[in-house]
Design a binder for this molecule. Structure first.
Ligand code: UDP
Ligand code: MG
Length: 316
């Protein structure tokens, strides 16, 4: 495809502290591979100096390209846009904060040359992240695996290499609220892993606060599993069974002459709060799915490009 062999996609959101170093390390690594490449920086609505810094970099270096969203559309959308505008035979997605060591890209390329179409980075260790993040991430990946039928490998992020054919397959999935690593598993192809140690962030802070993490988890779950919806069937069946048991107890007490059970208003109050709570939670679960159906029905574009530098052609 064209003369570019590798497209490296780097989503960036307020990364002024790291972007210079990040560019330097990426360039150094890609120069070592000795084949033509492009670095596509996707600015996800940064509000700091990131954008100006990147434009300067791209004006000086023909292999660096810059794509800028009109606002913050999210990490997963930034990756998607990068893929849309990429033209390499292989596409690599990597974080801007140097947590994914650029040198691992060379290993990924070797595997690709052996005939694998997806090479994902598997974190053997995570450095410099809070215990909370490590524990929740670990639990989440295992929970997701148990909840879905798609074989989504645990402890992998978006750091991966995909073949052009895989990229095209991903582009044929127009869904909103994208969980890219799940979609990559869903499309299949020959996949393999390279293990790496996830480094500490080079500078700056995580751009994934708890709120974004929760949304991310909800996207992953709803996009790949119906099980939460089925939960109400099981809960409903369980609770009906329980109420039947109560009825029996009351009847038996009456029959053996102990008199009907008479619990006070507190018992009633607690019971009613509990069951109403369950019902509302299940309505919320249904709401999550309906909201996502609504997103699809509106069919708004996934992102809006406000500015781009270094591209000859438009998205494909
Ligand atoms: N990012 C983005 N948009 C966002 C949040 C993050 O493009 O809304 C980028 C960010 O600049 C980085 C990558 O996604 O290159 C991963 O984010 P971060 O390192 O903050 O996440 P963490 O590694 O802490 O999970
Ligand atoms: Mg990071």
């Amino acid at each position: 495809m064209g003369d570019i062999r590798y497209s490296v996609i780097i989503p960036v959101f307020n990364e002024q502290e790291v972007i210079g170093e990040s560019y330097r390390r990426l360039k150094e690594t890609m120069d070592r591979c000795g084949e033509p490449y492009e670095l596509i920086f996707v600015n996800d609505g940064s509000r700091d100096q990131t954008s100006d810094m990147l434009i300067k970099i791209c004006k000086a270096d023909k292999s660096a390209k810059f794509l800028s969203f009109s606002r913050n559309f999210g990490h997963q959308t930034a990756i998607t846009a990068g893929m849309d505008y990429s033209c390499g035979d292989a596409v690599i997605v990597i974080d801007a904060d140097l947590q994914d060591p650029p040198e691992v890209m060379l290993e990924m390329m070797e595997k690709w040359k052996l005939g694998f179409q997806v090479v994902y980075g598997k974190r053997s260790k995570r450095k410099g992240e809070t215990a909370f993040k490590k524990v929740t991430a670990r639990l989440f990946y295992r929970f997701l695996r148990a909840m879905t039928d798609v074989d989504i490998p645990v402890d992998t992020g978006d750091f991966r290499l995909i073949d052009r054919r895989v990229c095209q397959a991903l582009q044929s999935l127009p869904e909103h609220n994208r969980y890219v690593r799940g979609l990559v598993s869903w499309v299949g192809f020959k996949q393999t892993a390279v293990e790496y140690v996830r480094e500490e962030r080079f500078a700056g802070e995580t751009k994934y606060p708890l709120k974004k993490m929760i949304r991310f988890a909800a996207d992953a779950l709803t996009a790949f599993s119906y099980k939460p919806l089925k939960l109400s069937i099981w809960l409903g069946a369980g609770l009906s069974g329980l109420s039947f048991l109560f009825l029996l107890i009351i009847l038996i007490r009456r029959l053996v002459g102990l008199g009907a059970a008479s619990w006070g208003w507190a018992t009633l109050g607690v019971g009613s709060l509990f069951f109403n709570g369950v019902v509302l939670i299940m309505l919320g679960v249904i709401g999550e799915y309906i909201g996502r159906i609504y997103d699809e029905a509106r069919a708004r574009p996934l992102y809006i490009i406000a500015d781009k530098t270094g591209f000859e052609q438009d998205a494909r």
